[in-house]
Design a protein around this ligand. Structure first.
Ligand SMILES: Nc1ncnc2c1ncn2[C@@H]1O[C@H](COP(=O)(O)OP(=O)(O)OP(=O)(O)O)[C@@H](O)[C@H]1O
Length: 345
């Protein structure tokens, strides 16, 4: 059995040193990434990070300056028509003909995709059911809420039965109840239908719930990629610990006690507690010193397990580095952040 060939087969989306420059500006720089079949992958980054440009290259709508991208083995630039057939794209704001019903809009999409009439009608019924819109199918879409439009948008994208679905900010403006349904729906597209889902977003909490893996994108570069747990683990391995602590009495002596713990890099006050940044786990030492000093700890929490914290850690440092991403990359992104801080002291 050829394991390498199987691995290649398993990859639905691949980019190889994918780069897009606009004049001097590199919107996407040297992006190498593989996304498995049936995986839900989150491409995360702040405004201007290069997410849209990456999506446009995958959809064959803009040509790379260097490198390549492929979907199911088809080159996104040279075989753009085949790629478009396989890929459904859901923009952040879905546009429908507002004086047509949901069902009529889907029918129109089916016709545009050249599907036979019987297939269109059967698919419309199934998809309306899948996205929970059967009851509202014969209402004009002009009366739909954002969440309803979003769900109809998913049905619309699925009309052509794509192997890959790319979604741009799918959670924007959706209420918590709608969000749960949307998350459930996105998972089912991958788990039940075996589709590959790429979500481009800066909405961290929702993405954390639904994605198998995430890639963090800053200034056109992928600075980290993996499962949320692995990214948290990576952070710890590179010596980044963030502890929240509060004590009674909350006096100057407690702050001094914190300042004298080993390996402390920085202390910040945040509301009722302190945030302690260090290069080792200080919780046991803090417990002991607090006891010896007559302080009673009323809050102690190790940060770093959720995506928001990981994201902030990476991104805050991204800003500090300001234009020196290559240097940051060559040293390892996380290590560089620490050296920066020490250098500033
Ligand atoms: N057609 C263009 N001409 C020149 N510069 C562009 C063009 N398109 C994008 N850029 C620049 O490339 C960078 C990446 O933009 P891109 O839209 O891909 O980011 P993004 O992560 O999708 O941001 P957002 O979340 O705001 O959509 C930005 O600095 C942007 O100004």
């Amino acid at each position: 059995m050829d394991i390498a060939a199987n691995y290649e087969d398993d990859m639905m989306i691949k980019t190889d040193h994918l780069t897009k420059a606009y004049g001097e500006k590199k919107a996407v720089s040297d992006l190498t990434l593989s996304i498995r079949r049936g995986e839900v992958f989150g491409l995360l980054g702040p405004n201007g990070a290069g997410k849209t440009t990456t999506t446009l290259m995958l959809l064959g709508l803009t040509e790379p300056t260097a490198g390549s991208a492929s979907i199911d083995g088809k080159d996104c630039t040279r075989q753009a028509i085949e790629v478009k057939r396989m890929v459904g794209y859901l923009p952040d704001s879905v546009g429908f003909y507002s004086d047509m019903t949901g069902r009529e809009n889907l029918r129109f999409t089916g016709q545009l995709n050249g599907l036979p009439k019987a297939v269109i009608e059967e698919r419309i019924g199934d998809l309306l059911e899948k996205v929970g819109m059967t009851g509202a199918a014969d209402q004009k879409t002009g009366t739909y809420s954002r969440g309803m439009k979003q769900r109809l948008g998913i049905a619309d994208v699925l009309m052509k039965d794509p192997k890959v679905v790319i979604m741009d900010e799918p959670t924007l403006g959706i209420d918590p109840e709608g969000m749960r349904e949307l998350m459930f729906l996105i998972r089912s597209l991958a788990e039940e239908d075996g589709r590959t889902i790429l979500i481009s977003s800066h909405q961290l909490y929702q993405i954390q719930q639904v994605c198998d893996r995430v890639g963090l994108f800053v200034e056109g570069q992928l600075i980290a990629c993996g499962r949320i747990d692995d990214l948290a683990g990576q952070m710890r391995r590179e010596g980044h610990y963030v502890l929240e602590a509060a004590a009674v009495p909350d006096d100057r002596g407690f702050k001094e006690l914190l300042e004298h713990l080993g390996n402390v890099e920085k202390i910040e006050r945040s509301g009722d507690f302190y945030v302690i940044y260090s290069s080792s786990d200080l919780s046991r030492e803090l417990n002991r010193r607090a006891l010896e000093g007559g302080y009673s700890l009323c809050h102690l929490r190790q940060r770093g397990n959720d995506l928001d914290e990981i994201y902030r850690t990476y991104f805050e440092k991204g800003e500090k580095g300001n234009g020196s991403l290559n240097q940051r990359k060559s040293k390892g992104f996380l290590s560089f952040g620490r050296e920066q801080r020490q250098g500033e002291e």
